[in-house]
Write a protein that binds this ligand. Structure first.
Ligand code: SF4
Ligand code: SF4
Ligand code: F3S
Length: 267
């Protein structure tokens, strides 16, 4: 309670903004408590009141005031082709904004599959050369934590922030840079439909008898057996449900390359 709120610059590259949409719906802790009591969200062009030159000036102010002591949260990624011209913010390529902030940041959070892996805008043949944060050539060497998912689960996002603030370090990461506490198990490992998988009871087509009985979705393309994420334990909407519980196969949205790895609806 006595700790000063850590400044955060939350930058947006090529993305759809649903990582932010997920974040603001966190129930435990509430996103408002994170923003008002835990971090000082100095810049986030999606939800900040400031706009235009006033908004952009905040980045310089934060860098000058908290050099080496703020968190850089990245939603989306930079396109490298044509000198970054496919993503312009305040008249300049997002790439420039990213490089400058990264140089002065304490650490970087890569929110979602865009920042962590590239996501749909990096789909083959990737004409804009959309590139995940950790692969940007010349990016200043800073600790990077990946929180993949399209989007990540709200409570996973706020828990990562809460952990960093509480312990003043990143949670333990796996070899791909993801927090082990949320990404060390497959959806399949904790899926409530798993007994149907083990019993050989499968949905063969959407809306068939098996679908009505809640059978396993593997044969209609579920990627739960190869997807590391917390959806089947933490779930979504405050723990209410997750894609499989809603009758839809997991498309593996937290995995690197999911957008190019074949049909979402075939095994
Ligand atoms: Fe949107 Fe997905 Fe990218 Fe997040 S990871 S900004 S949800 S496209
Ligand atoms: Fe595994 Fe998907 Fe079947 Fe669940 S629905 S048991 S995650 S294959
Ligand atoms: Fe994504 Fe699969 Fe969870 S599609 S939201 S990782 S159930």
């Amino acid at each position: 309670e006595t700790k000063p709120r850590i400044p955060v610059l939350w930058l947006h590259g090529l993305e759809c903004t649903c990582c932010s949409e997920s974040f603001i719906r966190s129930a435990h802790p509430l996103a408002k408590d994170v923003i008002l009591s835990m971090i000082s969200l100095d810049y986030d062009d999606t939800i900040m009141a400031a706009a235009g030159h006033q908004a952009e000036a905040i980045i310089d102010e934060t860098i000058a005031k908290y050099d080496g002591n703020f968190i850089l949260a990245c939603e989306g990624n930079p396109p490298l082709n044509q000198e970054g011209m496919s993503c312009i913010i305040a008249g300049k390529p997002y790439l420039q904004q990213l490089m400058k902030a990264a140089e002065h940041a304490k650490a970087i959070i890569s929110w979602g599959s865009c920042a962590s892996w590239g996501c749909v805008q990096a789909a083959h043949p990737n004409p804009t050369q959309a590139t995940p944060i950790h692969k940007v050539p010349g990016l200043p060497s800073k600790p990077i934590i990946k929180v993949p998912g399209c989007p990540p689960i709200a409570e996973v996002m706020t828990a990562v922030i809460a952990y960093i603030l509480t312990f003043d370090r990143f949670p333990e990461l796996d070899l791909q840079g993801r927090p082990k506490m949320f990404y060390s198990q497959r959806i399949h490992d904790k899926c409530y439909r798993r007994p149907h998988f083990d019993a050989g009871q499968f949905v063969e087509a959407f809306d068939d008898e098996g679908a009505r009985k809640g059978y396993c979705l593997y044969k209609v393309g579920c990627k739960g057996p190869t997807t590391y994420n917390a959806c089947s334990t933490v779930r979504w909407n405050g723990g209410l449900s997750f894609p499989i519980q809603a009758g839809h196969p997991c498309i593996g949205c937290s995995e690197d390359g999911f957008w190019d790895k074949g049909s979402f609806y075939e095994r």
